[in-house]
Design a protein around this ligand. Structure first.
Ligand code: GUN
Length: 256
């Protein structure tokens, strides 16, 4: 019998941005022919109820990947939830076992957003080897794994964040600059080296409802050699990498 990937997506509460992301993930599954189940749980769902659903999905044969959309409501311990997911079904690669594997370079899954950034770099014919790479942002979801992936590709990596002193001095040295700090228009053209590759992971909703990245596109595109737009740059890659991880999970779970 062939391998049939299946993805379970859990969302707790009604955060509008999370709802959009989950919808995009469901749609991608449909487009790829991947079986999916969506669990939209009320914001009042208890931690025990969520843990019990995860346990059920851990044991469900038709489900190869489990994703709990973050953030979860404050009364739920995010760490406990992530640790409850079977690492072999952890298509986000957030479980400490998978995080550890990313450190060593011997990994089954790569977190979707950093994986998407690497794919963009590779597909654009950009060689990371020996380049000055600056990651602005230190989240567990993007900044930290992104830095490791660039390092595994022989980049010389600096991690900066919102509290870094003399940030401009550091970003100006970057051949490859990844902005993942979650602050609208934080990186401006004057902070970018001429010809640099600029990858904007930020998705920020402004008061006028418009989406913008962490990079001020107008000033940055005049200096950058290559730059990703928001929306439409990294976002779709994240979803594509989730599909890849789901297929990988199906293969892993079949063979173990
Ligand atoms: N919230 C923001 N980004 C992500 C992601 O990549 N995965 C999950 N599960 N939640 C998120």
């Amino acid at each position: 019998m062939g391998i049939k990937p299946g993805l379970a997506v859990i969302i707790v509460g009604d955060d509008p941005a999370s709802q959009v992301y989950v919808r995009n993930k469901e749609r991608a599954c449909e487009e790829c022919g991947i079986y999916s189940e969506k669990y939209a749980l009320d914001a009042s769902t208890t931690q025990e109820e969520l843990l019990s659903l995860i346990e059920e999905l851990n044991n469900k044969k038709s489900i190869s990947g489990i994703l709990v959309q973050l953030p979860v409501p404050d009364h739920i311990d995010e760490e406990k939830i992530i640790e409850a997911i079977n690492p072999r079904k952890d298509v986000d690669a957030f479980h400490p076992i998978n995080v550890g594997k990313i450190m060593t370079g011997n990994y089954d899954f790569v977190p979707c957003t950093p994986a998407g950034v690497m794919e963009l770099i590779k597909e654009s014919g950009i060689d990371v080897c020996g380049k000055e790479c600056v990651v602005v942002g230190r989240s567990n979801i993007v900044g930290k794994p992104q830095a490791m992936l660039l390092l595994h590709n022989n980049g010389t990596v600096t991690i900066c964040h919102s509290k870094t002193k003399d940030l401009k001095e550091k970003t100006k040295k970057a051949d490859i600059l990844v902005a993942a700090v979650g602050i609208p228009n934080f990186i401006t053209g004057d902070m970018i080296k001429e010809g640099a590759v600029v990858i904007d992971v930020g998705i920020n909703r402004l008061e006028n409802k418009k989406l913008c990245g962490d990079v001020e596109f107008e000033s940055a595109e005049k200096v950058a050699g290559a730059i990703t737009p928001v929306p439409g740059g990294v976002g779709p890659m994240t979803v594509a990498m989730l599909m890849k991880n789901t297929v990988r999970a199906a293969v892993i779970n079949k063979s173990k």
